[in-house]
Design a protein around this ligand. Structure first.
Ligand SMILES: [Zn+2]
Length: 305
C-alpha cells in the first residue's frame, strides 16, 4: 500500500467522457474501507461534470489496493459454505434483466469476482466466461464452481469474443481509461449484443451529501464517478444505445457512510436504531423509484450501421 501515496500519483488531465481538460476541485477522500494511507483528490469536469481522481496512483498501486480488499469478503476467509442458490439469488435482478432481453448465447463477465452471477447465467443456458483481477478469487471460481475464469486485469488478457452479452459490474469506475474499456466491449460483442454496466451514482442525493465520506467514493480504488447522464454519454460516444437504466438502493451504503462521517459505529444508540427503521431502510426502497438510486445499471445495445 506504500505506493498509493500522492507522491507516486500523476495528474489526470482529460475527462474520459467528453475529452475536456478544465476541471474544478470537488472533494477529497481517505481509504475509509481499508484504512490505507493517503488523501485522494477528485476533480469535477467543467464541461460534463464527470468526477475523476486526480492526481491518480498508477494502476499497479491500485492493483494492490484491490488485493487488500478481498479478505473483507468471505471467499478469502474460507467461509464459502453458503448455498450456491442463495449466492446466485443476490444477482437475481441482473439475471432476470439479461435473460428477458437476450436469448442464451455466450456471455463474458468482466470483473466476475467469485463467479456466482456467471453460475446463475450458466444455469439459464448461457455459455459463460469471466475475467477476474484477483488470482485467488479466479481460482475459487474455476476450482469450486467449475467456471472458465481467467485471472488478470481486463486490459491484460484476451477477451475471446464475440459474445452476445458482456457485463461490467463495478468495473468502469476502477480502470484508467473507461472509454478504452467500452471500446473493447464493442469489439467483443456480436451485432445487437447486450452490454450491462453497473456503477455507483455520484448524482444521488446521498453522494452529494456525504461526498468523500460516501461509502461508494471508495478511494483509492474508484477513480471515476459517473452520473446517469455522463454514463449514457460515454456509452453513446462508443456506439452503444441505452435501452434502460435501472436504479438500486442500499441501506448498507448509507449506514457505512454515516460511520465514515462521524467516526463511530452505526447503529450505536437507540436513536440510531430508530433512524434506521424510520428513515434509512424505507429511503433505500423509495429513492431508486424516483431516480435517486445509489447504484445505476445501464442496459445498452451495440449499434452497427
Ligand atoms: Zn467531461
Amino acid at each position: 500500500m506504500g505506493e498509493t501515496t500522492a507522491s507516486a500519483a500523476e495528474e489526470v488531465g482529460t475527462c474520459a467522457v467528453c475529452g475536456g481538460t478544465a476541471a474544478t476541485p470537488a472533494w477529497t477522500a481517505r481509504d475509509t474501507l481499508l484504512g490505507g494511507p493517503g488523501i485522494f483528490s477528485y476533480v469535477r469536469c467543467d464541461t460534463c461534470s464527470t468526477l475523476r481522481m486526480s492526481p491518480r496512483p498508477p494502476f499497479e498501486a491500485r492493483r494492490q489496493a484491490f488485493a487488500d480488499e478481498y479478505p473483507l469478503f468471505d471467499w478469502a476467509l474460507g467461509r464459502k459454505q453458503a448455498d450456491p442458490g442463495e449466492r446466485i439469488s443476490r444477482f437475481s435482478a441482473q439475471i432476470g434483466q439479461v435473460v428477458r432481453r437476450q436469448r442464451p448465447g455466450r456471455l463474458l463477465d468482466v470483473g466476475c469476482g467469485d463467479g456466482y452471477f456467471m453460475l446463475g447465467m450458466e444455469r439459464r443456458g448461457w455459455e459463460v466466461k469471466g475475467i477476474e483481477l484477483h488470482e485467488g478469487v479466479a481460482a475459487y471460481a474455476r476450482e469450486r464452481l467449475g467456471l472458465d475464469v481467467v485471472a488478470g486485469a481486463e486490459h491484460e488478457v484476451e477477451w475471446g469474443g464475440p459474445y452476445d452479452c458482456v457485463t461490467l459490474f463495478g468495473v468502469i469506475e476502477d480502470v484508467d481509461d473507461p472509454g478504452a474499456l467500452i471500446e473493447r466491449c464493442f469489439a467483443n460483442l456480436s451485432d445487437g449484443g447486450l452490454l450491462v454496466v453497473q456503477t455507483h451514482n455520484i448524482d444521488s442525493w446521498e453522494a452529494r451529501f456525504f461526498k468523500g465520506d460516501w461509502f461508494n467514493t471508495e478511494a483509492p480504488r474508484h477513480v471515476w464517478h459517473f452520473t446517469p447522464s455522463t454514463l449514457e454519454r460515454l456509452l453513446e460516444k462508443h456506439r452503444f444505445r441505452q435501452v434502460d437504466l435501472l436504479h438500486y438502493g442500499s441501506s448498507y451504503v448509507t449506514e457505512r457512510s454515516i460511520e465514515n462521517r462521524r467516526g463511530r459505529e452505526f447503529p450505536g444508540t437507540f436513536l440510531d436504531r430508530f433512524l434506521r427503521k424510520a428513515v434509512i431502510t424505507p429511503a433505500a426502497r423509495l429513492l431508486p423509484r424516483i431516480g435517486q438510486g445509489i447504484m445505476i445499471e445501464s442496459y445498452c445495445r451495440k449499434v452497427t450501421v
